[in-house]
Design a binder for this molecule. Structure first.
Ligand code: SAM
Ligand code: SF4
Length: 323
């Protein structure tokens, strides 16, 4: 089992398969995707090798992310390969939902268990303003289809932004009253590129948590491969609410995930100073050097990120790495 110097175990791999994205979310890629490197993304075979190596080290859950992962034509094959890797029990994806309604059947057939869709506003005009795409209704219909198809988890990620959705919390609560999904409010994180936006828009999730508790919401017990969200349920609501508060004390103490970028670099933290290239080993048919490299590099994992000191490491935006 992959264990670091602080006793944390790594059950969960976030695997980015492209850093290209077609959206222009204000906090992530406000000018749209700009490529500053060769588009030499992990091949299908390389992805298969990574999944096998991590599974042999005890990884049980893989999340496919990006950029926007649905922009890859071989996404269904990638999903199927990850799902059929011995040892992988749960396969998840994070998507902006652009292709959700047309592709969710294929993803489910490929073995997808869990879906996260990013929706930062339930107001179509506001959604358009944030992402550059007038697609809210279509994406919500894709979410409905995913629920109907019986995926074991359907979640919505909502980045909290003071002037965009900070006063709309009741709209999101009303949505989960009737919709059986988990909607997670994510605190905006500072990255290398979004400092001015961050300073203006960051709001803490702790106030929402206090309100939920006062209103009778109860904490959900976590699984070992769960993410850092604190989730709550309420008997009168079909859905749940989650909070991801990366600036809260001890956020990193329960870290259980590692990240691989679309260029084959291991990132020990979302805000690490650098990605550690595994490409040479990933291109090798023999899995032993890759497995040894992952285990040994893990010794350098730090106890915590340094976001509270405004140190964002090498991360210019989260599309580089998949969040
Ligand atoms: N394109 C896909 C999507 O948007 O779902 C997957 C990649 S995106 C980088 C993964 C998640 O990171 C999304 O839920 C997005 O909202 C979130 N995200 C991106 N930049 C962020 C930031 N600066 N702070 C907090 N969350 C962020
Ligand atoms: Fe694209 Fe996701 Fe970043 Fe939005 S958050 S620009 S959808 S990578």
């Amino acid at each position: 089992m992959l264990t670091d110097n602080f006793g944390r175990r790594f059950y969960y791999l976030r695997l980015s398969i492209t850093d290209v994205c077609n959206f222009r979310c204000d906090y992530c890629l406000p000018e749209g995707y700009q490529c500053d490197h060769d588009r030499d993304f992990l091949s299908f075979k390389e992805i298969q090798r990574i999944a096998r190596a991590f599974a042999s080290l005890g990884t049980e859950k893989i999340r496919i992310t990006g950029g926007e992962p649905s922009l890859r034509k071989d996404l269904p094959e990638i999903l199927a390969a990850c799902k059929t890797t011995p040892g992988i029990k749960k396969l998840a994806i994070t998507t902006n939902g652009y292709k959700l309604s047309s592709q969710i059947h294929d993803w489910k057939d490929a073995g997808l268990d869990a879906l996260n869709v990013s929706i930062d506003s339930l107001d179509p005009r506001q959604f358009h303003a944030i992402t550059g795409h007038n697609k809210l209704q279509e994406i919500l219909s894709g979410v409905d289809q995913a629920v109907t198809l019986g995926l074991s988890q359907v979640k919505i990620n909502t980045v909290l932004m003071r002037e965009y959705n900070g006063s709309d919390i009741d709209t999101f609560l009303n949505f989960v009253k009737e919709t059986p999904v988990t909607l997670r409010f994510i605190e905006l994180m500072q990255t290398g590129d979004n400092q001015v936006f961050f300073n203006k828009q960051h709001v803490q999730g702790s106030r929402i948590k206090q309100q939920l508790v006062l209103d009778g919401w109860l904490p959900v017990i976590k699984e070992k491969s769960s993410g850092p969200a604190q989730e709550f349920y309420h008997p009168n609501y079909k859905g749940k609410i989650g909070l991801i508060m990366p600036y809260s004390k001890d956020f990193c103490a329960s870290c259980n995930r590692l990240r691989i970028s679309a260029l084959g670099k291991l990132h020990l933290c979302l805000f690490a100073d650098q990605g550690l290239s595994l490409r040479e080993h990933i291109q090798n048919n023999d899995p032993a050097p890759l497995i040894a490299a992952i285990s040994s590099l893990l010794n350098d994992k730090k106890a915590s990120h340094f976001l509270h000191k405004k140190l964002t490491g090498a991360t210019k935006n989260l599309s580089m790495l998949g969040g």
